[in-house]
Design a protein around this ligand. Structure first.
Ligand code: FAD
Length: 417
């Protein structure tokens, strides 16, 4: 595959089923398809030689998980029988049924599944990239920085800690506040929380998108004496000066900028669709892969499906969502090949285990329209030890040994009406 790499425009291959992205969604889907039909010819395009279990990075930032255990060689998780093309997709020509790789080669396809996740747009915050990982500026959204969060949390004994959340959509919308809770819990247990001013700056108007969970979360915000600043968006950072700038609207609707000093700044960056999707005819106005929210089939190109964080759907962008979407796409894609009607509908399920303290989790599970979809017969607004065990022990194990191997546990979804 690498021989022709320099030949601009050469055809690398023609794929029967082509998957873009070997993350939670892409690897899980390839495994699920092969479980159904072991002989399928699947090509998967993925540039990275490492696969990450991102949901545990919150725990790493809270000193509750080993960062090394969140990464495995891509070759190890690639399902047997899948042809892995280690390259990045640069363009998608949905009319011509082919993609262009970063080195200029083309790959044709019969059916395409688009799942390259989303892109963290660090560059949208002035000064941020130069200072990340130094001067007390960190983010659990990167493998290399989550351990720095934990280092900073342990070092801080007094001062000002700022946590930020950008506008939606973002992956794991609860992750910005999970960082706050686990940090505060550590400071509280160490007896220094009373010396630390904690502030959560959210670009949006609510603590959490599903109102049912807000009272339970507010109890922890109050317990940790954290200030909430709604409608406050991080726009600029000066690490050496330990100052962050936030924009908000004043009473007259005019944009105002406020400087806030910090000792610790946990940043969650704005998040956008990858360029290869945003610039293609697969994109909606916002750049996301425009699929039917039920079937996950592209609304204009019947031989294209979308899966995972890149989708235009309004579900919570989580690995838990991908777990259920995989089954829908696998069944629907195979039905389409066989000339049958698409049999399954995705209900918008997503899950956000909110780590409100070390040892307890509020397990938020919900679908389209904020409908609660609990997996367990309990009051899901209560912070539980069993849910912490699920988050910190069971789910990581299940991810590597279940979801990425095509074992479809906890994935019930609706049949078409
Ligand atoms: P990803 O897993 O991000 O994979 C995308 C893949 O596509 C990557 O391997 C990338 O290299 C590849 N790619 C990118 N561009 C291209 C290209 N041009 N060509 C080819 N390949 C490309 N989810 C939960 O369920 N529960 C949680 O508690 C949770 N917590 C989280 C906490 C944090 C801090 C973070 C960062 C995420 C969390 N998530 C959580 C979200 C979860 O990790 C994602 O929703 C999930 O990984 C989405 O899967 P995906 O395959 O769509 O994207």
């Amino acid at each position: 595959m690498h021989d022709n790499a320099q030949q601009q425009g050469a055809t690398a291959s023609n794929a029967d089923i082509l998957i873009i992205g070997g993350g939670a969604a892409g690897i899980g889907l390839a495994a699920s398809l092969l479980k159904r039909q072991p002989g399928l010819a699947i090509t998967l395009i993925e540039p990275s030689d490492t696969h990450y279990y991102q949901p545990a990075w919150t725990l790493v930032g809270g000193g509750a998980y080993d960062v090394g255990s969140t990464a495995r060689p891509m070759a190890q998780v690639m399902p047997k029988g899948v042809q892995w093309l280690q390259a990045a997709v640069q363009g998608i020509d949905a009319d011509g049924q082919r993609v262009t790789l970063a080195d200029g080669r083309h790959v044709g396809y019969r059916q395409l599944v688009v799942c390259p996740g989303l892109r963290l747009a660090w560059e949208q915050i002035e000064g941020l990239e130069q200072t990340l990982g130094q001067h007390g500026v960190t983010s659990n959204y990167r493998y290399d920085l989550a351990p720095y969060t934990w280092q900073l949390v342990q070092q801080l004994r007094q001062g000002k800690a700022l946590f930020t959340q950008p506008g939606m959509p973002i992956k794991c919308a609860g992750a910005p506040q999970k960082a706050l809770y686990l940090s505060c819990d550590y400071w509280r247990r160490s007896g220094v929380l009373k010396h630390i001013d904690v502030e959560f700056n959210l670009a949006g108007p609510a603590l959490f998108g599903v109102a049912t969970y807000v009272p339970a979360l507010m109890k922890y915000i109050e317990k940790y004496r954290a200030q909430l600043a709604f409608g406050s968006q991080l726009v600029k950072v000066d690490g050496p000066a330990k100052t962050a700038w936030f924009e908000s609207l004043d009473a007259n609707g005019a944009r105002v900028r406020q400087a806030k000093p910090f000792d610790l700044l946990h940043v969650v960056p704005p998040q956008v669709a990858p360029d290869c999707v945003r610039e293609s005819r697969l994109a909606n106005a916002g750049g996301w892969c425009e699929v039917d929210p039920g079937t996950l089939q592209h609304v204009r190109y019947a031989n294209v499906f979308g899966l995972g964080d890149v989708c235009s759907t309004s579900n919570a962008k989580t690995a838990a969502a991908a777990r259920k979407q995989i089954v829908v796409v696998a069944e629907n894609l195979l039905a389409l090949r066989a000339g049958r009607a698409l049999p399954l509908r995705y209900d918008g399920y997503g899950s956000c285990p909110l780590t409100v303290e070390k040892g307890r989790v509020v397990l938020a599970e919900f679908g389209y329209g904020g409908k609660l979809l609990p997996s367990f017969p309990w009051d899901s607004t209560v912070a539980r030890r069993s849910a912490w065990w699920l988050k910190a022990s069971f789910l990581p194990w299940f991810y590597w040994n279940g979801m990425l191997k095509g074992r479809e546990w906890l994935t019930r979804c609706s049949a078409a009406e």
